[in-house]
Design a protein around this ligand. Structure first.
Ligand code: FAD
Length: 551
């Protein structure tokens, strides 16, 4: 009988603990050591902001496992307050330092898994030491303690963690300002899709400063780059993370330009006995090439895959889709894949679809409107990305589209998905099916115009016809549009023969009917994609950028 293998895991949270427990399930005889420099393993990073806000009342609820319990169930040798300080890949050893005693031990391994996570970025500016960050339980304790006496808080960064913290500090009655360097919150979304988040924040009394950065952190205030001074009892830096790959670099492992550890499809690093997973790793991305995608699902999945590979059951990792969701002040925003912005920057030929369906049929009480966006490759119809914002049913649609992407279903193919329906949950044509129908129409030759293309088209001489009702038009219209309500359009269609016309309604659906009709009367016609609602969100988001700059 061969002697049992020794597996060492560095980092005992999402990716590391997935690898460790999976290894045990695959190899009962192995010696498995988990080194974690923090006080806890298996804690719920994703729950931390909600403990700050008191939603998760008990801190202990965030600690999902203890070294003792993991030892009893999985036979793992879990060492907390133990930092891996060096890897000798030639000798296949790790040097571990006990952070309580300062003692160092050398541990030999047959296979090593790195899951050290990421470290929050800290900008280089005066007073930055007063800025708190949120990564682990100790950070959470520090924010909770500082929040006790705080009346004002500045959150630098309007990404996932920044928004979750803003919501939770606001929940505690603290006046929060989000300072965001980009011209929009949540850059995982496109400008017009992210606009409702800033709007909601302001409605709820959370200030948002877009295209703005911290210049200095003072004792009880911050100075922004435009010179504005804002009171700040509490300052949190949530401007992003970078891979915690210093140990890997010192061990001579290959990393990419952003510091992400380079791995193959089985999570194997440039050293054949070392695997790496989680936020520290550069992941093969659906958009092509590698990307840093610091999300929990991928860390867990790749932890399992690394264990499988080590135990001789290798399965390749699928490209990362970056499927993500956030709840923010009553709204939910979710996305998958690439943004329109990123794809246009790459010069990709794409088709973009916006729609604003109800989350469930209108006749059943409680229906709310979603903003839904799909981006497909103009030639192959492959789904490249999707985004959704609304109150209900948001993540369900994005999860369906993420699944479609993983399965290679095209944009048009979304029309054929047979999704569960009853009045309180959806509609017989689910919002995801609608995206497929619209894509089908576009493939069949219907033209559409994006909100950001409208001005240019009008300069080129296209007329803009609003096919909504007079009442809707009076409540808000696009400058220079002519009103011909859909029900009157047939009578006027002949007079438009030979013209170039953009039609629009509220969400794009009546515009589609109008476009089909006018085409048959010899009119060159395009439908304003997503209708007035998308145009309005895009216009308001653009104005927001300008207004913020003027501020
Ligand atoms: P981690 O889970 O961070 O674990 C790394 C561990 O390695 C750390 O505990 C660290 O102490 C330890 N370590 C590092 N170096 C050493 C060393 N040399 N020796 C010993 N130990 C070491 N993702 C989502 O998908 N959805 C969410 O809602 C979500 N919310 C989040 C909220 C917050 C506040 C944070 C911080 C993250 C959130 N994430 C979310 C991201 C998610 O938590 C990470 O993607 C995931 O935890 C990454 O797993 P990992 O194993 O790479 O790193």
């Amino acid at each position: 009988m061969t002697s049992p293998s020794t597996y060492v895991i560095i980092g005992g949270v999402a990716g590391g603990m997935s690898a460790a427990t999976r290894l045990r399930r695959l190899d009962e005889r192995a010696r498995i050591l988990v080194l974690e420099r923090g006080d806890d393993v298996s804690f719920a990073n994703c729950g931390l902001p909600y403990h700050v806000g008191g939603v998760i009342e008990q801190r202990s609820a965030l600690v999902l496992q203890t070294p003792h319990a993991l030892g009893a169930r999985f036979g793992l040798d879990v060492r907390v307050r133990t930092e891996a300080v060096a890897i000798d890949s030639a000798a296949r050893t790790v040097t571990a330092r006990d952070l309580t005693t300062g003692e160092q031990h050398i541990i030999a391994y047959d296979a090593l898994v790195l899951s050290p996570g990421a470290v929050p970025l800290r900008p280089d500016l005066p007073g930055v030491d007063r800025g708190l960050v949120l990564r682990g339980l100790a950070d959470t304790d520090a924010i909770v303690a500082a929040a006790r006496d705080a009346r004002t808080a500045i959150i630098a960064g309007g990404g996932f963690i920044g928004l979750e913290l803003a919501e939770n500090l606001h929940r505690r009655g603290i006046h929060v300002t989000i300072v965001q360097s980009a011209p929009q919150l949540l850059t995982a979304l496109d400008l017009e899709m992210a606009h409702p988040l800033a709007q909601r924040a302001r409605e709820e009394g959370v200030d948002v400063r877009l295209s703005s950065r911290l210049a200095t952190i003072e004792e009880r205030s911050v100075v922004l780059d435009d010179g504005d001074i804002l009171p700040a009892d509490l300052v949190v830096l949530a401007i992003g993370v970078q891979p915690d790959s210093a140990l890997a670099v010192a061990a001579g492992l290959a990393v990419d330009a952003r510091g992400g550890i380079v791995v193959d499809e089985h999570q194997r690093t440039s050293d054949p006995r070392i695997w790496a997973v989680g936020d520290a790793v550069a992941k093969s991305h659906v958009g092509g090439g590698d990307a840093l995608v610091p999300l929990a699902g991928l860390a867990n999945r790749h932890g399992r895959l690394a264990a499988d590979a080590i135990a001789g059951h290798a399965h390749p990792a699928a490209p990362a889709l970056g499927t993500a969701v956030i709840g923010f002040l009553g709204l939910t925003a979710a996305s998958v894949g690439m943004t329109e912005r990123a794809l246009r920057d790459q010069g990709r030929q794409i088709r973009v679809i916006h729609t604003h369906p109800l989350d469930h049929v209108g006749y059943y009480p409680g229906a709310t409107t979603l903003a839904l966006k799909l981006i497909v490759d103009a030639e192959t119809d492959a789904i490249l990305g999707a985004q959704a914002v609304g109150q209900n049913g948001v993540e369900k649609r994005i999860d369906v589209i993420a699944t479609a992407m993983a399965g290679g279903i095209t944009g048009r193919g979304l029309a054929d998905l047979e999704l569960a329906y009853a009045p309180q949950y959806g509609s017989a044509k689910d919002p995801v099916n609608l995206l497929g129908y619209i894509d089908d129409n576009l493939i069949d030759g219907e033209l559409s115009v994006q909100w950001h293309e409208l001005d240019q088209r009008r300069k080129e001489g296209w007329r803009l016809i609003d096919v909504r009702t007079e009442g809707e038009n009076e409540a808000g219209a696009i400058e220079g549009s002519e009103l011909i309500a859909l029900d009157e359009l047939r009578e006027r269609a002949e007079s438009l023969r030979g013209e170039r016309v953009i039609v629009h309604c509220k969400v794009g659906q009546r515009g589609h009917t109008a476009a089909r009709m006018l085409r048959q009367y010899g009119v060159s016609v395009a439908n304003l994609d997503g209708g007035y609602l998308t145009w309005q969100a895009g216009r308001a988001a653009t104005a927001d950028v300008v207004l913020t700059k003027e501020n």
